[in-house]
Design a protein around this ligand. Structure first.
Ligand SMILES: [Zn+2]
Length: 79
């Protein structure tokens, strides 16, 4: 089991076990986010999908969700 220092909570914890998201963002999540924060996001994500009635077959909805994922995990204030 690999330990990583999470950029979101600052704790050193278990790396995420299993797939996250496809592409570059998914790799970034695997490299820098702990399993605990990922679990928090997965719970939050369900609420976001329900709240905004996101249909994930819709590319716009997926884009929206990807943005929310980034904001949740890496913060909104990135320049
Ligand atoms: Zn974390």
């Amino acid at each position: 089991m690999t330990d990583i220092t999470c950029v979101r909570c600052g704790k050193t914890g278990h790396a995420i076990h299993g797939p996250t998201l496809p592409g570059e963002l998914g790799q970034r999540i695997l490299d820098t986010i702990c399993e605990e924060c990922w679990t928090l996001w997965k719970r939050q994500q369900t609420q976001v999908i329900n709240h905004f009635h996101l249909d994930l077959r819709d590319p716009e909805a997926r884009k929206n969700l990807t943005q929310q994922t980034e904001t949740f995990l890496f913060g909104a204030g990135k320049s």
